[in-house]
Design a protein around this ligand. Structure first.
Ligand code: ZN
Length: 155
């Protein structure tokens, strides 16, 4: 047993994303870049999104380091984001957050794809923040893109 007793199939999937992260790197011309960290665990994520005029995510990449939960979560998240509108991306974030807070219904939702491998983390409160870090960055990125789209803002 490792520090977290997840089912072995899910554990493998998490480690696979941790060792071979998808979409890791910078975007040449990101619409928005959001940096988030989780000092409790030492996780660090920089999310890069390219969003077109219809508010659709055309590319999503990340840079980062930290525990396997945080890095696998953001890797899996970037896989799900491509082609989604900001509304759809935020719905995914909401669904994932529900799963992290123990919703069994959310844990069965196929729209989460491989992210469902992280459902066991909901039983370990100190690690939930690790799993949510990439989604926190996504929510902040969506807010910034919308602020830009709303025209010149005061801040
Ligand atoms: Zn962590």
């Amino acid at each position: 047993m490792t520090e977290i007793a997840l089912s072995s199939l899910y554990q493998q999937l998490i480690l696979e994303h941790y060792r071979k992260p998808r979409n890791k790197g910078r975007l040449p011309a990101p619409t928005v870049v959001v940096h988030m960290n989780n000092p409790v665990c030492g996780d660090d994520i920089q999310l890069h999104l390219a969003v077109d005029a219809e508010q659709r995510v055309t590319a999503a990449t990340f840079l980062g380091h930290g525990c396997s939960i945080s890095q696998a979560s953001v890797s899996m998240m970037t896989v799900r984001l491509k082609g989604k509108t900001l509304d759809e991306a935020l719905a995914l974030a909401e669904r994932f957050t529900e799963m992290m807070h123990g919703s069994r219904e959310a844990a069965r939702d196929r729209t989460l794809g491989e992210l469902r491998a992280l459902q066991g983390v909901s039983k370990f409160p100190v690690r939930i923040k690790c799993a949510l870090l990439g989604f926190d960055a996504l929510q902040e990125a969506a807010r910034r893109v919308r602020r830009q789209a709303d025209g010149p803002a005061g801040d």
